[in-house]
Design a protein. Structure first.
Lengths: 291, 300
């Protein structure tokens, strides 16, 4: 008996972690999945009902708005963060004076919560006293900026704040990637007569493919999960114009007490994330095994 | 002949130097322009928090305060001193601290153990176990919110700091495991083998050999977990309310609570207070913060 314990000690010590994750991640997701097939309202009910909630979900106007917003937000967030991050990383990599200070400035928003970010930007984008007044004061008298209270434009204010918070992250990833490229490659290309722009466009950026891949995955993941920033910046409004899936899920569960419907929306989110993450993890693991 | 060639050379050199100068000026211009975009909100927050509402209404975002007053910081932190409806951050700041410290310690310790086993006591299927745990980094928490709310209720720890410690500890394990596993995999197995020949057991190797050389990754993990848990809003808002709320929830409530007059100065002071601990960590240990950020995405 004692010998058995000693021999299996690593597995015994590993068991709590694996057990906790099995129960609280996988078990809970399965529970949510099951509930999404029932008629649960405030309290969970366990009689199986069928896919009715999913049909209802896809017939809900608000869910459509949430999905539409998710697409708008994800595409803009991804493109702007990547372009900004890549440009800043390449520029910073040119033996810049005060690189450390600039890097610190680009990245500090990552240390702040989305609630703090949202609170700050809500004040800056405030249509009466915020950036509009500043621009008017600077001489642009006809400048108006009411996106925060404009149904059609409010979603873009979330993009502005999210880009501010997260583009430093892309910059950090690319800077790390650029630093791992050997100088010889750049030198060799320059001797062959390639200009700096060509070196970056034709050689270095293609070499950064894995970094692009990782940052895309992380950014998409951030955008599917976005919740706090919307709560702090627009609370889903004006009206329901900036609702996103994560907000839809919590509102449906905790304000409207439609537990089964919100479980269905949570499962849709889960599947979206899984569709992005599983191929990513798979390719990462293969890369590691190949090493 | 000789002369004209060298003159040509000088001219070319001059031209390239001038081109270089313009290029570098452009570089600095762009870099500084963007640093203004990133620093602007922080400056606005600080300036706003120091101004009276009168000044805020008359001036613009960037108008400097005539006299610097810390009154709004005091209100944001400690309130105005009357009863109902007087929300301020002090108690919630302590709530967050009481939540963060145990949750960080617990999840870091479990992650270190798990990483140690997955790299130094390898067994059949260990990389599957790693993948199984790793997927937990990515799940949208909405998919576990409903059963977790019920479970905390059943355990009698809903709406308590203890409940939040529990939740954060568990969902931190995948991240801490990732960090430690990637660190320990680069430590030579010979070290462990030699120790085993010398008769050191499972725990002795962990505590006497690995932990002493783990300080860099412990710092990365602790910073990552601290930032994540301090900045969390979803769990805080879902599993706690009222007096047990963490600071991000309290900040959001404070900003949303619509009393007669909106007080942007108090709001901004409160937002800075809620951000200060993570900012301090970032300024003091930025290197480790970035390392956690990038290794959370790029493994190995």
């Amino acid at each position: 008996m004692f010998k058995w314990i000693e021999r299996n000690l690593p597995k015994i010590v590993l068991a709590p972690s694996v057990g906790l994750i099995s129960w609280f991640v996988y078990g809970f997701v399965l529970w949510t999945l099951y509930i999404s097939f029932t008629k649960s309202k405030i309290l969970p009910r366990y009689e199986f009902w069928g896919v009715g909630n999913y049909i209802k979900l896809w017939n809900t106007h608000k869910w459509y708005i949430a999905i539409e917003n998710l697409f708008i937000f994800t595409i803009l967030f991804l493109i702007i963060c990547t372009i900004l991050g890549v440009i800043l990383a390449i520029f910073l990599d040119q033996k810049i004076r005060a690189e450390g200070a600039l890097r610190t400035i680009y990245l500090y928003p990552m240390a702040l919560s989305f609630i703090v970010t949202g609170t700050a930007w809500k004040w800056i984008l405030n249509p009466t006293l915020g950036i509009q007044k500043l621009m008017n004061d600077w001489g642009f008298e006809n400048f108006t900026f009411d996106w925060l209270v404009n149904r059609d434009m409010a979603i873009y204010t979330i993009v502005i704040a999210a880009v501010w918070q997260s583009s430093g992250f892309v910059m950090a990833m690319f800077l790390a990637g650029l630093r791992s490229i050997e100088d010889e490659i750049i030198k060799a290309a320059k001797i062959d007569g390639a200009g700096l722009f060509t070196v970056y466009w034709k050689i270095i950026i293609p070499m950064m493919r894995p970094v692009f891949f990782s940052s895309f995955v992380i950014l998409i993941h951030i955008s599917i999960k976005s919740y706090d920033l919307i709560v702090a910046l627009t609370a889903g409004g004006p009206g329901i114009s900036t609702t996103m899936p994560a907000l839809f899920m919590t509102q449906t569960a905790f304000h409207k007490s439609q537990v089964a419907l919100s479980a269905a929306s949570a499962i849709m989110m889960f599947m979206a994330v899984a569709a992005v993450i599983i191929p990513y993890l798979y390719s990462e693991l293969r890369k590691e095994n190949a090493r | 002949m000789q002369d004209s060639t060298s003159a040509k050379f000088l001219k070319l050199e001059e031209k390239s130097r001038r081109k270089n100068f313009f290029l570098r000026s452009f570089l600095y211009f762009i870099l500084i322009l963007f640093s203004l975009y990133f620093i602007f909100p922080l400056i606005v927050m600080i300036l706003t928090s120091l101004k009276t509402m009168e000044e805020i209404r008359q001036g613009t975002l960037l108008t400097l305060p005539k006299t610097i007053t810390l009154d709004y910081w005091k209100i944001a932190w400690g309130g105005r001193g009357y009863g109902a409806g007087d929300t301020f951050l002090r108690p919630y700041f302590w709530n967050s601290l009481k939540m963060v410290v145990p949750a960080v310690i617990f999840s870091t310790f479990l992650g270190a153990m798990t990483g140690y086993i997955l790299t130094k006591w390898r067994f059949k299927g260990d990389s599957f176990v790693f993948l199984f745990l790793l997927f937990g980094c990515f799940i949208p928490y909405q998919a576990i919110l409903l059963p977790m709310a019920r479970t905390l209720g059943l355990l009698g720890i809903s709406n308590s700091i203890f409940g939040l410690i529990f939740v954060h500890s568990i969902y931190g394990i995948p991240f801490t495991t990732l960090f430690f596993r990637n660190y320990y995999i680069s430590i030579p197995n010979e070290l462990i083998k030699a120790a085993r020949i010398d008769g050191a057991g499972f725990f002795k190797i962990f505590f006497k050999i690995l932990i002493p050389i783990s300080s860099p990754i412990i710092v990365v993990t602790v910073i990552w977990q601290f930032t994540q848990i301090w900045n969390d809003f979803l769990f805080g808002a879902t599993f706690s309310f009222g007096e047990h709320a963490p600071i991000q929830v309290a900040l959001n409530n404070m900003v949303l609570s619509s009393t007669a007059v909106k007080e942007y100065n108090v709001d901004m002071a409160a937002a800075i207070i809620a951000g200060i601990p993570t900012l301090i960590v970032y300024v003091l240990a930025g290197k480790y913060f970035i390392r956690g950020l990038t290794s959370g995405a790029v493994k190995g």
